[in-house]
Design a protein around this ligand. Sequence first.
Ligand code: G6P
Length: 605
Amino acid sequence: MCGIGACLSLLGLNVAPKVLKMIKNLEYRGYDSAGLAMITPDGIIDVRKDKGKIADLEIKLRFSEMKGFIGIGHTRWATHGAVSKRNAHPHVDCSRCIAVVHNGIIENYIELRKELEAKGHIFTTETDTEVIPHLIEENLKHHDNFFNAFEESIKQLKGAYALAVITLKDPSKIFFARFFSPLVIGIGECEYYIASDIPAFLEWTRKVIILHDGDIGFVSKEGVIIKNIFDNTIVNRDVITVEWTKEMAEKGGFDHFMLKEIYEQPVGVKRTVMMTEKQMQGVLEILENANDIYLVAAGTSFYASLHGQYAFSVYGFKSRAIIASEFIEEVGSFIDEDDVIIGVSQSGETADTLKALRHGKDKGARILAVTNVVGSAITRLADKVIIMGAGPEIGVAATKTFTSQVAVLNYILLEWAKEHGYDVELLLDKLRNRVPEDMEATIRETDEAAKQLVEMIHKKGNAYYLGRGLGLPIALEGALKMKEIAYLHAEGYPAGESKHGPIALVEPGFPIIAVVLKDAVYDKMHIAIEEMKSRGGYIISVCEKSDDKTKKLSNFYFDVPTGYSNILAPLVYIIPLQLLAYRTAVKRGCDPDKPRNLAKSVTVE
Ligand code: G6P
């Protein structure tokens, strides 16, 4: 959801190529337009921006030829105002002395804009962001010091923001502010970076300061100065060294990040299980004393949570997975201090998820967070945090973080079941030692099958993904992947429910992707498949290698290792569906890493 990249060189080196690289590294956050602003050696602010992808704009606007040792950049995911050159960031004030890049939404921008226009400010865009440079310009009329005018302006903003600001009034500093939307500072060799996310600058530094809500400040020769506007004091934030490496945020020979991330899943799950084991202290105590347990998440994280709900139920533990944006209306009034909410979020920054968790926290519920990002907003909200070991995920469509989330929830569940006297040693051992190997084999074997099936499926306009019980979250996630990156209308549906409506659409050749586990609902899955088949549906099954009966029923099948018709199912069953979506997207000429209209972290509600 918009990417901010800013850089200051203390040695006076030209930073435009680095700012450009930073926003390229953050393109997964938004990519409908982009721009850079630099304070040039001639003492002006050079702003270049337009709509389009960064690679094209780079050629058109020659970003890397821009001059200056201080610069800010932005890659946009539009919220207010059409995708256009003038609405692209950076935005400037009337005198072009202040340039601002922003991620988030300024909720009171209409009132502020009216007031500023009444005072003579001329607006040139439809964005909420443009009020910020004008507001600072206005406040500078009664402040000599830029920082004081900046602080006063920030206090007038309502909504969510991460900001990087440069000004000719104080041209050797980059100013920043954060409230709700993420912002981090990278400490390099004689260089500072300010960015929406750590992968922006991983190639230059792993030393990071994670800003908190209400932090404002600047980087300059004096170092990093941070003031918290709520405490009204200068604060010291820890510099942490992240474990992610530069290679983890690069494509490493793969055509796309998504494909690399699908292939990284065995390692990600292995690391995640090891890390979860070390972070279990206190987790079971929280769950044990809970009255109601809710799993709250959005997108792919929701389907991992739904898996959690089904898996918990296998061992008799009651929980409910709820879509974050529905949480307050659906169950908000029932939450109290005896409840536990498990917030599942790759980024740890999804606004809907954070809002639901804040609501729960205000009502006294305890919060357990499962996330991929150290220091993300969810970690500050939670009573207990589990960090996954998936590594940075750059592809917009979540893949390796889905399997890592499933691994965390399964691990917690198995430990809990053990406490309750279940004999789960074999499953635990399999999760720790066998799963990565089986995932690797599944990737190898099903990628070839996916390439074959694509020849048929890429011409289709619709598909159903059916599953039952533990197979349902897998089907839903598989359909989401296909929709997100191949723009093929794929609908995930409970197989038993498919006769109550969806079947009306089925005609000869209609693709039906069936997730078939050899469990208690195996025969019922077959009934649904038969119903679809007798209407001409083209049956594509994902089933265990030894499941000849399902294979016989199918026009095409992907087989996964035998022995996964249990809570470990998503770890292998989802792989062919991820690969099928990826291969279909490529075949249809779509960019799987940057699907249209989507953003990786959605920091607005
Ligand atoms: C966006 C992304 C999805 C992601 C969802 C939740 O919609 O495009 O891939 O699953 O947000 O994100 P989170 O970071 O909370 O897991």
